[in-house]
Design a protein around this ligand. Structure first.
Ligand code: BES
Ligand code: ZN
Ligand code: ZN
Length: 498
């Protein structure tokens, strides 16, 4: 959908042109197109639009005197604050949303010549991300289209960038990353009856086939034989068999570091026998967001082919239901690494399936680092709301890198502590560990302490996206529903590994 063009902006048959303008003090915003600049001056004189960030004007070229009758022009403000890629992503998202409110079909974008200290590549990448992310809609199951809700009919976006190879490469990177986010959003949007653990298996195999990754699947019997008591236990109340999906990407360089990603693929979380309250339970179809993120990252890696890393993605997939065979409070299970767990609350199931996958991944692949991503606790929402992903880690360097990448890509993190005083809360009288603390205090941290038991000394970071996977901070490039957070974060982390 996104094309890169080297033609001058004045050529081409697009029906809409987008300009980005900076706000100036005591002057109208500048625009390379004289007709648009004149128009902006009159709007500025009325004090209606000065080029503020988050604001735009839609202008129709003068059909009487103008040469291009009826062409739309969208002018998006960039404000006067310090230029960042996040501002450009937001501006791209706004541009595409304004265009979608019209009958525009093909629009072209003028890449701003300069934006603070950002390189042309950074500029182009952020803008293309914003455009593609902002255009996302999920209408698959709506037969009756609602013009208020529905996107217009955009078929192509062209970025006019001049003849610049680094810009072309950057646009491709932005495009691949944003498309990966959108495929994660597609998976997450599927309801529980249309996206079961079996769908994770199918999606993993399909990705491998299309993009040349290696896919390995452990189904129910194999999981039993391997001693994955967490994945088996959580799914035993469901009619949907569980699975552990493994996807492998190998970079070309020999002896490249191996990084392990693990995503919670809980396709519906009813809470099990420790049943969740009815209100809002429908949101628990999103409890597989972490798994979707891992698949999407693998897809993007396969497309971008970085040479210096090997990446293994693991998705433990299960459904947490009530039934005659379901886990009961008080049951004791044995995880893959041999630890026994007293399941005090069947709703704390994410950590049980992640524990098996983490222990297996660490043992089998001996990774240089492991990152898990999961909608793990309601407690992280109490701590950080919907604006920051919770980060917990046993490795300061890894944690700091993740925080820095999160700031850059508009998916901010906040680190919470770990420690034996928290670990203490998981002591059981009858097993090695309980799956929940004795009270709700520091729930996000005790959940992470539980996971820590399964990674040994491997540098590890845990991302709790329960607050950010949906209802994320309102942004023009994050439409309603699942945000896809984690995809760009992990991708950027991996691409810049060294
Ligand atoms: N999937 C939930 C966590 C969650 C809650 C995600 C709200 C998104 C929004 C997880 O499996 C869960 O139920 N956690 C429990 C743990 C508790 C029983 C210790 C929780 O947070 O309430
Ligand atoms: Zn739960
Ligand atoms: Zn859950």
């Amino acid at each position: 959908m996104l094309e890169i063009s080297h033609r001058p902006l004045s050529e081409g048959d697009e029906d809409t042109t987008v300009y980005f303008v900076r706000e100036k003090s005591r002057q109208p915003p500048a625009c390379p197109d004289q007709e648009v600049a004149d128009y902006l001056r009159s709007v500025w004189e009325l004090d209606d639009f000065k080029g503020q960030a988050g604001r735009s004007v839609l202008y129709y070229r003068n059909s009487i005197g103008g040469a291009k009758t009826g062409e739309r022009v969208i002018v998006v403000g960039l404000g006067k604050d310090k230029p960042t890629s996040e501002l450009l992503r937001e501006a791209g998202g706004l541009a595409v949303n304004v265009a979608m409110g019209t009958k525009a079909q093909r629009f072209k974008v003028a890449l701003p010549e300069k934006f603070g200290g950002l390189s042309r590549g950074d500029l182009a990448r952020a803008l293309s991300e914003g455009l593609v992310l902002g255009s996302y809609r999920f209408a698959k199951y709506r037969n009756e289209l609602d013009p208020e809700q529905d996107s217009g009919s955009i078929k192509a976006i062209t970025i006019h960038a001049g003849d610049d190879r680094t810009v072309a490469v950057a646009i491709r990177q932005g495009l691949v990353a944003a498309q990966a986010v959108n495929s994660a959003r597609d998976m997450i949007n599927e309801p529980g009856n249309k996206w079961t653990p079996g769908h994770f298996v199918k999606a993993g195999r399909q990705l491998a086939e299309q993009h040349g990754l290696i896919c390995q699947v452990f189904e129910e019997d194999a999981l039993k034989n391997m001693g994955m008591g967490g994945i088996i236990g959580v799914s035993q109340g469901s009619s949907q068999p569980p699975a552990l999906v493994v996807l492998k990407y190998r970079g070309k360089i020999a002896k490249a570091p191996t990084l392990l990603l693990v995503g919670k693929g809980l396709t519906f979380d009813s809470g099990g026998i420790s049943l969740k309250p009815g209100a809002g339970m429908q949101d628990m179809k999103y409890d597989m967001s972490g798994g979707a993120v891992v698949l999407a990252v693998m897809q993007a890696l396969a497309q971008l082919q970085p040479t210096g890393i090997n990446v293994v993605g693991l998705v433990p997939a299960a459904e947490n239901m009530v039934g005659p065979a379901a886990l009961k409070p008080g049951d004791i299970i044995n995880q893959f690494n041999g630890k026994s767990v007293e399941v005090v609350n069947t709703d704390a199931e994410g950590r049980l399936i992640l524990a098996d996958a983490l222990a297996y991944g660490v043992k089998h692949y001996r990774p240089d680092a492991v990152i898990d991503i999961a909608t793990l606790t309601g407690a992280v929402i109490i701590a950080l709301g919907h604006h920051r992903t919770g980060l917990m880690s046993n490795d300061d360097a890894l944690a700091q890198r993740l925080v820095a990448v999160g700031d850059r890509c508009g998916e901010p993190l906040w680190r919470l502590p770990l420690g034996k005083e928290y670990r203490q809360q998981l002591k059981s009288e009858v097993a090695d560990l309980k799956n929940v603390g004795s009270d709700r205090a520091a729930g996000a941290i005790t959940a992470a302490c539980f996971l820590q038991e399964f990674v040994g000394k491997t540098p590890w970071a845990h991302l709790d996206i329960a607050g950010t996977a949906w209802d994320f901070t309102k942004k023009s490039y994050v439409p309603m529903g699942p945000s896809g957070v984690g995809v760009r974060l992990l991708l950027e982390m991996l691409l810049g590994w060294n």
